[in-house]
Design a protein around this ligand. Structure first.
Ligand SMILES: NC(=O)c1ccc[n+]([C@@H]2O[C@H](COP(=O)([O-])OP(=O)(O)OC[C@H]3O[C@@H](n4cnc5c(N)ncnc54)[C@H](OP(=O)(O)O)[C@@H]3O)[C@@H](O)[C@H]2O)c1
Length: 241
């Protein structure tokens, strides 16, 4: 029997494409987001094996209730993809408020659902948690300070939970996905991008990584090379940029 997957942030970009890709592969999909009309469109498009749930990940307690509701509607949950994220790349309003907004969504919203999901999977004896990080997690960047730092948090957080899973009696997998550039609303205005993958290709490779229960995957695959090069750059170079 194909599994039941909840995708947090499935109203656009990578999350929406992944919802469609996994649905095509036979999964029952639970899609969340704040834009209800987008959720309704997805529901109409996919028709069967699709459940939708409004969720603002910044509303921590409500998000847990909404995840539980979604799980109930779906009759269980095997996989959760923590995809919801925001960036303030080159936004004019770079400020304390803008930084905190990214932290609220990409760190607090993420950790809230991740830690709850881990407990839930332990209780039910199995589960797979997938976090969408970024190549940006591998370095600090003055043009998008909180975003890169928030994705570094995702990597380290999931690495810790992977270790917890190793010591758990439950069969829990933890996957960290590091996309390079993928077409989406987030990257629409972005300049200077290269190797930009179309959303469907990105979603296909993420779905493959999920099915193979990979610990860490670069999307598209060639970004593994960039990650390797980034890790070779000494700190003094980053510090002078
Ligand atoms: N595109 C890339 O090149 C790239 C590269 C590396 C990593 N990523 C990561 O991939 C993930 C998806 O991004 P994307 O590129 O597909 O961008 P996107 O098209 O802007 O999608 C972002 C998704 O996050 C959801 N979201 C944002 N704020 C939310 C909130 N407060 N509560 C609940 N959901 C929220 C959005 O839904 P609503 O607005 O409807 O709530 C939307 O579904 C992000 O974590 C991003 O950091 C993207």
């Amino acid at each position: 029997m194909k599994k039941k997957v909840a995708i947090i942030g499935a109203t656009s970009g990578i999350g929406r494409a992944l919802a469609i890709e996994l649905h095509t592969r036979g999964y029952t999909v639970g899609a969340t987001g704040r834009r209800i009309e987008r959720l309704q469109e997805l529901q109409q498009q996919l028709n069967t094996r699709i459940h939708t749930q409004f969720m603002d990940v910044a509303e921590l307690d409500d998000a847990i209730d909404q995840l539980n509701q979604l799980k109930k509607d779906m009759g269980g949950l095997d996989i959760i993809v923590l995809n919801a994220g925001v960036s303030n790349y080159q936004k004019e309003s770079v400020s304390r408020q803008a930084d905190l907004h990214v932290i609220d969504i990409n760190i607090r919203g993420f950790a809230n659902l991740a830690s709850y999901s881990f407990d839930m999977f332990e209780e039910q004896g199995q589960g797979h948690m997938v976090g969408i990080s970024s190549i940006a997690s591998l370095f600090g960047w003055g043009l998008n300070v909180p975003y890169n730092a928030s994705k570094a948090f995702v990597n380290t957080y999931l690495q810790g939970y992977r270790q917890k899973a190793n010591h758990s009696d439950a069969d829990i997998s933890i996957s960290t996905i590091l996309p390079g550039f993928i077409e989406s609303e987030m990257t629409k205005e972005k300049k200077g991008m290269f190797w930009v993958a179309d959303t469907q290709k990105g979603a296909r490779q993420i779905a493959d990584a999920i099915e193979q229960k990979k610990n860490v995957s670069y999307i598209t695959k060639r970004w593994r090379l960039v990650a390797w090069l980034i890790k070779l750059i000494p700190n003094w170079v980053w510090n002078r940029m």
